[in-house]
Design a protein around this ligand. Structure first.
Ligand code: C5P
Length: 235
């Protein structure tokens, strides 16, 4: 049975479940960008992201990445372990796009010799500023071993998912992950969907991710569904 609302994010709502260690995450049809400035309801987005995330989390688990995912409950809801979230975002970039192009004046699409890793503080009011490990340690957002774990796990996810998308004819350009504490473990939390990564067609460089929404490219959810189909997820 669904209990009280614990947290209402921009696209997801988190409810307490009967088991104190578990939460129910509801994926809504809301899409936001630019820190909530652009906002729209996109039909079927909640269902697509819920099922997409479930599929990816299970793939990651099969390859040894521990996640909060337990099971889907219906089209829009999944049962997850209740995490104490670490307030940092871990970003890996394989190609230049978005924030790093602006910040460092890079040409979009440039392939990095080695993937770039960046930390951002999860803080909407501050616009999620970029931070480094020294900030994380000084402000006690995470310990040195937690930092090491998040970095290694984020790179492991890169190896696994770059090859999943490569086989589907897509480039995993970049993505963001969040982690949290559960008992004495660190688990991958939040979600992995086209909302939190960039995916381009390998040949044509057509955009298949949330940049379609950010840049008004149209048919956002149609493109998410195409990605799902290409990686073998029947929606
Ligand atoms: O905006 P930026 O280029 O720094 O984003 C890098 C990657 O992280 C993109 O795939 C973006 O969708 C994702 N991201 C996210 N949530 C944020 C910030 C970035 O999903 N708050």
């Amino acid at each position: 049975m669904v209990k009280e609302l614990i947290y209402q994010g921009k696209a997801k709502s988190v409810y307490q479940s009967d088991n104190a260690d578990h939460v129910i995450i509801e994926y809504r049809d809301d899409a936001t960008a630019f820190n909530g400035v652009k906002k729209e309801a996109l039909k079927d987005k909640g269902r697509v992201n819920n099922l997409f995330n479930a599929y990816i989390m299970q793939k990651l688990e099969q390859k040894g990445v521990k996640t909060h995912f337990i099971k889907t409950l219906n089209d829009n809801k999944s049962l997850m372990k209740r995490l104490e979230m670490i307030p940092v975002e871990c970003v890996v970039r394989n190609y230049a796009a978005g924030g790093i192009c602006k910040r460092l004046g890079l040409e979009k699409g440039m392939k990095f010799d080695k993937p770039v890793f960046e930390f951002f503080l999860k803080d909407d009011a501050l616009g999620d500023p970029m931070i480094n490990t020294s900030h994380i340690l000084s402000f006690n957002w995470a310990t040195a071993s937690e930092i090491k774990f998040m970095r290694e796990a984020t790179f492991k996810v890169n190896d696994i998912l770059s090859s999943v998308f490569d086989e589907a004819g897509l480039l995993l350009v970049d993505y963001k992950l969040e982690f949290g504490r559960f008992k004495n473990e660190i688990l991958l939390g939040d979600e992995f969907s086209p909302d939190g990564c960039r995916l381009w067609d390998k040949e044509t460089k057509e955009v298949f991710d949330k940049d379609r929404f950010r840049q008004d490219l149209g048919d956002v959810i149609g493109h998410y569904k195409t990605v799902a189909k290409r990686i073998g997820l029947v929606l």
